[in-house]
Write a protein that binds this ligand. Structure first.
Ligand code: CA
Length: 234
């Protein structure tokens, strides 16, 4: 499977309080194709990290407002699995173990060379990239990335909301097959939800509009399906 249409840009969060280091690293990382946001203290970094939009986080240990270790522990306790490269000025084996035990994927001891940082980041990015592309669903002219809730169609990337994405995933996994409205409600909204058929209809409408899906078909009174396109461009 060739995923030529899937554009995976790594979005990186840099949590570091030395502004000179932030500037220098941002410059190097941007040159190497990363999209960078920076936070200058632990609390801000933690809040930004929790948005879940980052592919990789570089986290300094010694930070104002919230210590890097505390950020790391709390972030992992909340169930986030974003890869984290931990920066530490402490180099005893105990200190290094502490970072890894708290949930860091890798660490780097300050001061470091930027080539080493890049090598470590690229290793983390490869791992993350593999996760991102292995879960991609492809059918006709649609490429769907459930982890990003993004659809690529005619080289255009379209962002879906969470519910739209869950509904679309269900239809993609049953490509060419009818999915009943009952099943959609159970899978997307849950057994005990207040969602009704009109809710499903509304989200189908959103998908049709957003993705310009002429092949998203209605089976009256039953459900919906994505019709296979004949002679779709490969
Ligand atoms: Ca620091």
């Amino acid at each position: 499977m060739v995923l030529k249409d899937v554009v995976v840009v790594m979005k990186l969060l840099l949590v570091e309080d030395e502004s000179k280091l932030v500037d220098a690293l941002s410059h190097i990382l941007k040159k190497n194709g990363f999209v960078i946001d920076a936070a200058l203290d632990g609390q801000t970094g933690f809040e930004m990290a929790c948005t879940g939009i980052y592919d990789i986080i570089i986290l300094d240990r010694m930070l104002p407002q919230k210590d890097g270790l505390a950020v790391l522990r709390e972030f992992r306790n909340q169930g986030h699995d974003t890869p984290i490269l931990f920066l530490t000025a402490k180099s005893t084996p105990e200190d290094r173990a502490e970072g890894l035990n708290a949930g860091a994927d890798d660490y780097l001891i300050k001061p470091f060379f930027s080539v080493e940082l890049l090598a470590r980041l690229q290793a983390l990015a490869r791992r993350k990239n593999k996760d991102l592309t292995e879960n991609v669903l492809v059918a006709d002219d649609l490429v769907f990335n459930p982890l990003r809730a993004q659809v690529t169609k005619n080289s255009k990337v379209i962002q879906l909301t969470l519910k739209e994405s869950q509904l679309f995933e269900l239809l993609m996994r049953n490509y060419g097959l009818v999915v009943t409205k009952e099943r959609i409600i159970q899978k997307v909204w849950g057994f005990n939800s207040e969602a009704e058929f009109t809710t499903v209809n509304l989200y189908i409408h959103y998908l049709r509009k957003k993705l310009k899906l002429s092949n998203l078909k209605t089976v009256r009174g039953i459900g919906y399906y994505l019709q296979k396109i004949r002679n779709a461009p490969s």
